[in-house]
Design a protein around this ligand. Structure first.
Ligand SMILES: Nc1nc2c(ncn2[C@@H]2O[C@H](COP(=O)(O)OP(=O)(O)OP(=O)(O)O)[C@@H](O)[C@H]2O)c(=O)[nH]1
Length: 301
């Protein structure tokens, strides 16, 4: 068998574990992970190169019913991302069960006619094998193009190696699409913005997450070997600003420290990070703001 290569798009409702799986597979912190829904706002290619093949993973934003303009756009990316994939990897969540959002995912997946694997995730939370089998039957009934299904725990790692092996086997023969040492096709700017947003989500409460954007103003290698990054955290309401800044600046300092630590690890460089908070009313309704603050790279219609 020759060398394999191809694109695998992960699909599944928000919070099903797509980012965790990509991180586990690719082994570096690429897609940001949080326990709040709709973390992933963009397509993040995690690239995995082994002796047998190269897989380009796309982590698509969760497909869900759009509630506002940004939501509509996210759905558009999720559906658009399926075209051009060699294989779809559908994730369903044992813990959360089959919901309306899974039916929505199934609609898009079935319409695409692209071959698919189904991964039943979070099996570490299942009380018995029987329950899992019963759940898998219900999940399989939703999808028309599933060739194989797998039981996995992206968090614990169970079943992930076997899944990967089968994915590579299923891809077409072909040479590497990217150099061996590349793990993502996203820009460092994008990664920096996502890291900051992850820390905001992690440290603030419910009122903040869905209305937060990050805009990277400066991203420069300085002569002294320090990477200088200046970024704005964008909120929608004046009342949200003090939450992010915190008492005497304590919160923004914490966000900055945690983000900088991750950046230094990922960029393998010392990082100087400067953060500001800006209020942009209703930015999620305005195309130019959406483009800047979510770092989306595709044209809005
Ligand atoms: N117990 C358990 N939790 C998991 C597993 N996989 C993911 N999680 C948790 O589920 C939550 C969501 O995981 P993500 O990887 O961010 O999910 P996602 O599908 O990328 O989410 P969106 O970006 O919102 O679409 C996180 O809190 C994970 O820690 C698993 O196998 N077992």
């Amino acid at each position: 068998m020759g060398y394999k290569s191809g694109i695998v798009s992960m699909v599944g409702k928000p919070n099903v574990g797509k980012s965790t799986l990509i991180n586990r597979l690719v082994g570096e912190k690429i897609a940001i992970v949080s326990d709040k829904v709709q973390t992933t706002r963009n397509r993040i290619g995690g690239i995995l190169t082994t002796e047998k093949g190269q897989v380009i993973f796309y982590d698509t934003p969760g497909i869900h019913k759009p509630l506002h303009k940004l939501g509509q756009y996210l759905v558009k990316i999720a559906v658009g991302a399926l075209n051009g994939s060699d294989l779809l990897l559908i994730l369903v969540d044992y813990e959360d069960g089959i919901k309306a959002s899974d039916h929505l995912v199934a609609q898009h997946v079935n319409a695409s006619k692209i071959p698919a694997f189904l991964a039943i995730n979070k099996i570490d939370l299942a009380p018995s094998k029987d329950r899992l089998v019963e759940f898998s039957k219900r999940a399989l009934a939703l999808f028309e193009n599933v060739e194989k299904h797998f039981f996995i725990s992206t968090e614990k790692g169970d079943g992930v190696d076997e899944l990967l092996e089968e994915i590579i086997k299923r891809l077409p023969e072909g040479s590497m699409l990217y150099p061996e040492d590349i793990v993502t096709d996203r820009s460092s700017r994008f990664m920096a913005a996502e890291i900051i947003r992850e820390k905001v989500l992690l440290l603030t409460k419910e009122e903040i997450p869905h209305s937060t954007g990050v805009y990277i103003h400066d991203f420069q290698d300085r002569e002294n070997g320090v990477l200088f990054i200046r970024a704005d955290i964008i909120v929608e309401r004046q009342s949200q600003k003090p939450i992010i800044i915190g008492k005497n600046g304590a919160m923004i300092k914490k966000i900055g420290v945690l983000a900088r630590q991750d950046m230094e690890y990922i960029f393998d460089s010392r990082v100087f990070l400067e953060l500001f908070v800006k209020v942009r009313k209703k930015w999620r309704e305005k195309d130019n703001f959406i483009r800047d603050f979510t770092n989306l790279n595709e044209d809005l219609e």
